[in-house]
Ligand binder design. Structure first.
Ligand code: GSY
Length: 153
């Protein structure tokens, strides 16, 4: 299955942390990192009074199911020092790995919603995804490039 993951960091050595996350993901059985977008420095969205982020997206080829893949992302986050229980909801973080798309599947379960619920509103997610595949669509068929209106560019 082809899956897409969003990566973000705004604490510490941001680029190095993203690279470590990609390496850790690629070392997991059942996950191959097939493409990585450029790294972009972005203004914080939501809680604006925090350091700038570095964001990217990666395309994965995976034999894991969506829940197993999510657990792997959370495990990599923990390995890089993130403790989701001890941080502000929209605040700074060493590493954020979001499962954005999983083939053309939709999932709505406790703790796991695919496509990622805020994907369509976030240029820092849409731009790297479109860099990886300009023809990418949501499971409902909407092209991602149509979501990136002038207000998000
Ligand atoms: O949702 C991920 C964490 N996050 C980000 C982010 O990754 N990038 C930018 N630019 N703003 C953000 N606000 C939050 S929360």
């Amino acid at each position: 299955m082809r899956a897409y993951v969003g990566l973000g960091s705004n604490l510490g050595e941001r680029e190095a942390t993203l690279r470590q996350a990609l390496e850790a993901l690629g070392s997991i059985d059942g996950i191959e990192v097939v493409a990585v977008s450029s790294f972009r420095e972005t203004d914080p969205v939501g809680m604006v009074d925090q350091p700038r982020f570095v964001n990217a997206a990666a395309a994965l080829e995976t034999t894991l199911g969506p829940r197993e893949l999510l657990e792997s992302l959370l495990e990599v986050e923990r390995g890089l020092g993130r403790d989701r229980n001890r941080e502000e909801r929209w605040g700074p973080r060493t590493i954020d790995l979001d499962l954005l798309l999983y083939g053309d599947e939709t999932v709505a379960e406790p703790g796991l919603v695919i496509p990622h619920p805020r994907l369509a509103e976030r240029a820092f997610v849409l731009q790297p995804l479109l860099e990886l595949d300009p023809g990418l669509r949501l499971p409902d068929g909407r092209p991602l490039r149509d979501l990136l209106g002038p207000e998000l560019e």
